[in-house]
Design a protein around this ligand. Structure first.
Ligand code: PEP
Length: 248
């Protein structure tokens, strides 16, 4: 089992240069809790400043293109985000799967591109409320995982984030027993996909995690960290989650 928790903040489309001090504050809390791996994924426009101001802290992107370069207006490649200072990228977030119609096949090729560039990848999977109500949550999530699973996957660079769509930004969190069931199913699916190496892959929980519920969520078997949106935007909110991970 992975022995280091991984706490990642997803700033989504939030953050101007004036908010860089929050990343520095978060980096300081991360440095004070060295048993935890922590990272912030700000908008692309802040990656270079955030990483140069906090050279010991991991800064990531929220997406990248699967091609190295070419006629893809508005897109950036893995090499580009790496050059800006990113060491990882979130991929296949449900907001991108919904808004940009990203498919599992695209997420897979993006993860392979990120790996080829020497970066870490966090692949997001998660069911909608309708899918959960229909009893299909495990099948949907494991299907996404299989379809998005990159060639050459290894725990050194691949992380999975289970994010129930209905829990993102809503303040609603699944029962611990439901999180446990899903993370166990993801672990089993990883075993089928990659064999023994599956045990070392970190599986993050994401969806309305905050300083008040992090300890309980991080204590669930097979929850190896958290992917955090709203509660990652300030050091005051994100710091307690890093500290909860250190205590877990
Ligand atoms: C997310 O979007 O990855 C997320 C987990 O958001 P929130 O924590 O705000 O629910």
């Amino acid at each position: 089992m992975p022995n280091r928790k991984y706490i990642v903040g997803n700033w989504k489309m939030n953050g101007l240069q004036s908010e860089l001090s929050d990343i520095s504050g978060i980096a300081a809390i991360a440095a004070a809790n060295p048993s935890v791996d922590a990272a912030i994924c700000p908008p692309l426009t802040l990656i270079a400043s955030a990483s140069s101001q906090n050279p010991a802290f991991a800064v990531g992107a929220q997406d990248c293109h699967y091609n190295e370069k070419g006629a893809h207006t508005g897109c950036v490649s893995a090499a580009m985000i790496k050059e800006a200072g990113a060491s990882l990228s979130i991929l296949g977030h449900s907001e991108r799967r919904a808004d940009q119609h990203e498919t599992d096949a695209e997420v897979k090729t993006k993860a392979e591109a990120v790996h080829a560039a020497g970066l870490g990848a966090i692949i997001c999977v998660g069911e909608t409320e309708e899918e959960r109500d229909a009893g299909k949550a495990v099948d949907v999530v494991c299907g996404q995982l299989e379809g998005s699973f990159p060639a050459g996957a290894d725990a050194n660079w691949l992380t999975i984030a289970y994010e129930p769509v209905w829990a993102i930004g809503t303040g609603r969190v699944p029962e611990a027993s439901d999180v446990e069931e899903m993370h166990a199913a993801i672990r089993s699916a990883l075993g089928r996909l990659m064999g023994d190496g599956a045990d070392a892959v970190r599986i993050l929980y994401g969806g309305s995690m905050n300083g008040g519920n992090a300890a309980e969520l991080l204590a669930v078997p097979n929850v190896d960290g958290g992917l955090v949106g709203g509660a990652s935007l300030t050091a005051a909110k994100f710091g307690p989650i890093i500290e909860a991970a250190a205590a877990a």
